[in-house]
Ligand binder design. Structure first.
Ligand code: PBG
Length: 323
């Protein structure tokens, strides 16, 4: 009978209990960060067509939503502001009564323990949709950093726990860290969008926040999708500049980058399961082509398995509800 196998890995798969016991990677509610879109006004909960199940919330409505997320065990939210007024430099992003600043104060009042992370960028606030101050047709790195300092301090003063710069400007982490420390915001953290690729998966997000660039693209600041080694250089620079955690974005088409970062770095790694990754599952599920819930679990688990410690995902609430 020597032709039969001695090694029988199927023993590990014989029952639900053996499967559960030997599962190497698991997903828990502690892994999830919920992104939220916030707008000025009152009583607003606008469905976002490109992101089924996601909304633009006004301050009062977002408080109800975070109270629910908090009760589901979610530990952190990531805020994106949609201002009522845009200008060439994005000055609405650093006003004391800015949308994210207002929402942060309201959330901290309602759910003091919930970790508030704020995306720090300018594309939602500029009338041209680029992520900083323009010099001709390109984004001026250092002029953008000047305004970054203003936005970071304004967010910290409003009570944001963690600032997440997503504009891919060189030196952004050290500028924020220095500004925060000078003003005694030593406990405000930095989650760096270190390896953020110039991806086509951001389309639905740009629709949600109306930030599609009015000309050109973001390829002079976001990373070339073909580059993994360069991603490691970006991550290393951000850690040296003082980032508390680093991010790889998008996640699904960059699992190798997450894995490589896990091998090389010991700091927390966050995967961003971006808008296009979410929408394609939602729309395929709506068409009845796939089992949306199972696919959600599979892609989120793949990000953990690749080495992520936490996942920013529009599925956060749905996943938390289905544990
Ligand atoms: C802002 C920003 C973007 C996303 C997060 N922060 C858009 C972009 O870079 O164009 C994308 C998130 C998503 O697609 O879910 N710079």
């Amino acid at each position: 009978m020597s032709q039969f196998p001695k090694l029988r890995l199927r023993r590990l798969r014989q029952s639900k209990n053996t499967l559960a016991l030997w599962q190497e990677t698991t997903l828990t509610v502690d892994d999830l960060i919920a992104p939220l879109f916030v707008v000025t006004g009152k009583g607003i909960k606008n469905p976002i067509e490109a992101l089924p199940g996601q909304f633009q919330f006004s301050v009062d409505e977002v408080v109800k939503e975070v109270t629910l997320l908090d009760s589901l065990g979610i530990k952190a939210v990531l805020l994106f502001g949609i201002p009522s007024d845009k200008d060439a430099i994005g000055s609405a992003s650093w006003q004391d009564d800015g949308i994210v600043q207002q929402v942060t104060r309201a959330i901290k009042k309602a759910c003091p323990a919930l970790i508030v992370i704020a995306d720090l960028c300018f594309c939602e606030y500029t009338d041209h949709g680029h992520c900083g101050v323009l010099d001709g047709s390109s984004v001026d790195n250092d002029k953008t950093l000047e305004n970054t300092r203003l936005q970071a301090l304004s967010l910290a003063a409003a009570g944001v726990d963690v600032i997440a710069p997503s504009g891919m400007m060189d030196g952004v982490v050290s500028v924020i860290r220095q500004a925060l420390d000078n003003e005694k915001f030593t406990q405000t953290g930095i989650m760096a969008y270190s390896a953020k690729f110039a991806s086509s998966f951001y389309g639905p997000f740009r629709e949600a926040v109306n930030s599609t660039p009015s000309f050109g693209d973001r390829k002079s600041y976001q990373m070339n999708i073909g580059n993994r080694r360069e991603a490691m250089r970006e991550i290393e620079a951000d850690i040296q500049e003082g980032a508390d955690m680093i991010m790889v974005k998008p996640a699904l088409s960059f699992l190798d980058v997450i894995h490589e970062a896990r091998q090389q770095f010991d700091c927390p790694i966050v995967a961003y399961n971006v808008s296009g990754e979410y929408s394609m599952i939602k729309f395929a599920a709506e068409k009845g082509l796939i089992d949306g819930n199972a696919m959600m679990r599979e892609v989120l688990l793949s990000m953990k398995r690749a080495g992520a410690d936490a996942i920013i995902t529009y599925f956060a609430k749905e996943m938390a509800e289905s544990f």
